[in-house]
Design a protein around this ligand. Structure first.
Ligand code: NAD
Ligand code: UGA
Length: 462
């Protein structure tokens, strides 16, 4: 058996590395158009930071795992082809700002159709709107070169930062398809290391919709606890105590109840907006509005955090230095896509604050690129004021203490473990007085922060 995966990103790379590790007799070829990304997969500096991933890749690479840009060859040789390309929110035309951009999926389907001979199983690994498999199948079958195809939906549920753990021991693997033989072929691959009762099979449409629904439910929990955090700040309740109290109810459960500066990542917002678009498409306006509110609440939470910083610091942060601790959308990843930090930093910059940013895994280029993106308008224009702010008011440093030095405030935007154990007295002593700390992840012990002399504020506590 030979497998090809199109797309060597945060999903394609780790997922295929795990399949190759677990199935030494299966040849796994991961292909991508992005040469630097492929070069990185073939080097010691993988393009994706994930705890434990280096070891998995090292074990299989050169044995039965390869990374290349030879897309046609990869497709032609394979019995099973995974499509794991990006499906971002459309930024233009019909459905702009909501619908998924399926351009890359369609290009893959056309390329598979053009290059294939014999029979192939095509697996949708990317997150897709319901009934995309129908379009993929039509494109595949339209090439007329005699090749035949089965299309399966096999959405990925890994979370970044815990990808290796999630792939090794998933709650479930979901396979949707019409052909029992094709479903069984894929189930057998996962069955090498995953117990059979965790491999769920459904029809194609249930599988596609389950992925969007899972992300919508997860994001909804974060928005729900974040909504309560605003009420806690107004009333004197403590959101972490409320989360603990409700999370011990086994019907609610303790996970995904951590109040924060807002959820980020490449998928929650994109997938909910996609769900909203689908509902609107089917005339279900109330259902669309219900889910859209999860995203609206998240925008409110990010905005509210920046506003709280300004208000607390005597209603002005103009020309004040704010140390930013963390830029990734969560800990243990180098991914910054849709990170709450981008929006908070933009809002502070527009209040003319000076920012000194530190993240242990995110490069200075990535930070600048995201800030440039968020300050550029929909016509691609960066106004002169914002250009100056980006140029003069943003510094990126390589150490948390350096970010805090001489700062009027420190804002914690990612829950990296090193911030939990920071020497708060040292931080406080190096700052302008009064020294403010705004913990957007509730990682700092408030008693210790106060004992260190910090004017301390966190999420969901008055
Ligand atoms: P990504 O942007 O990191 O990677 C996608 C890769 O596909 C890129 O390297 C790009 O160059 C490549 N690509 C695009 N078109 C191509 C083509 N025609 N031929 C060859 N390569 C092509 O994206 P990702 O984060 O890995 O997400 C991929 C999909 O998986 C998305 O649909 C996403 O919603 C879903 N997903 C992501 C996660 C996650 O944690 N990131 C988890 C579950 C599901
Ligand atoms: C999420 C899902 O958890 C995965 O199952 C899914 O496969 C993936 O999206 C996807 O489809 O891309 P991911 O975005 O990588 O995974 O990370 P999460 O752990 O879900 O965190 C998302 C965001 O929510 C982060 O910004 C995180 O800090 C925030 N969050 C999470 C909270 O603010 N509070 C919580 O209690 C949990």
């Amino acid at each position: 058996m030979k497998i090809c995966c199109i797309g060597a990103g945060y999903v394609g790379g780790p997922t295929m590395a795990m399949i190759a590790k677990q199935c030494p007799d299966i040849g796994v070829h991961v292909v991508d158009l992005n040469q630097p990304r492929i070069d990185a997969w073939n080097s010691d500096e993988l393009p994706v930071y994930e705890p434990g991933l280096d070891e998995v890749v090292k074990e299989a690479r050169g044995r039965n795992l390869r990374f290349s840009t030879m897309v046609d060859e990869g497709i032609a040789e394979a019995d099973m082809i995974f499509i794991a390309v990006n499906t971002p929110t459309k930024t233009f035309g019909i459905g702009a700002g909501r619908a998924a951009n399926l351009e890359f999926i369609e290009k893959c389907a056309r390329q598979i159709a053009r290059v294939s001979h014999g029979h192939k199983i095509v697996v949708e690994k990317s997150t897709l709107p319901v009934r995309t498999a129908e379009a993929v199948k039509r494109i595949l079958e339209s090439a007329g070169n005699g090749a035949t195809f089965d299309v399966l939906s096999n959405p990925e549920f890994l979370a970044e930062g815990t990808a290796v753990k999630d792939l090794l021991n998933p709650d479930r693997v979901l396979i949707g398809g019409e052909s029992a033989k094709a479903v069984d072929a894929l189930a057998q691959v996962y069955g090498r290391w995953i117990p059979a009762d965790r491999i769920l099979t459904t029809n194609l449409w249930s599988s596609e919709l389950s992925k969007l629904t899972a992300n919508a439910f997860l994001a909804q929990r974060v928005s729900s606890i974040n909504a309560i955090s605003a009420l806690c700040e107004a009333t004197g309740a403590d959101v972490d105590e409320v989360a603990r109290a409700i999370g011990t109810d086994s019907r609610i459960g303790p996970k995904f109840l951590k109040a924060s500066v807002g959820f980020g990542g490449s998928c929650f917002q994109k997938d909910i907006l996609n769900l909203v678009y689908l509902c609107e498409h089917f005339g279900l306006r109330e259902v669309a509005a219900y889910w859209e509110q999860v995203v609206n609440m998240n925008d409110y939470q990010k905005r509210r955090f920046a506003e709280r910083i300004v208000k607390t610091m005597f209603n002005t942060v103009s020309d004040k230095l704010i140390g930013i601790w963390g830029f990734a959308f969560k800990k243990d990843t180098n991914d910054v896509r849709e990170s709450a930090a981008i929006h908070v930093c933009r809002d502070l910059l527009r209040e003319r604050a000076r920012l000194r940013i530190y993240d242990p895994r995110v490069s200075a280029d990535q930070v600048r690129e995201e800030l440039l993106g968020v300050m550029t308008d929909s016509n691609g224009i960066l106004n002169e004021g914002d250009r100056k702010l980006l140029e003069k008011n943003v510094t990126i440093v390589k150490d948390a203490y350096a970010a805090a030095e001489n700062a009027h405030a420190v804002a914690i935007l990612t829950e990296w473990d090193e911030f939990r154990t920071a020497d708060l007295s040292r931080v406080q002593a190096s700052m302008q007085q009064p020294a403010f700390m705004f913990d957007g992840r509730n990682v700092i012990n408030s008693a210790q922060a106060k004992a260190a002399g910090l004017d301390f504020h966190c999420i969901g506590r008055a």
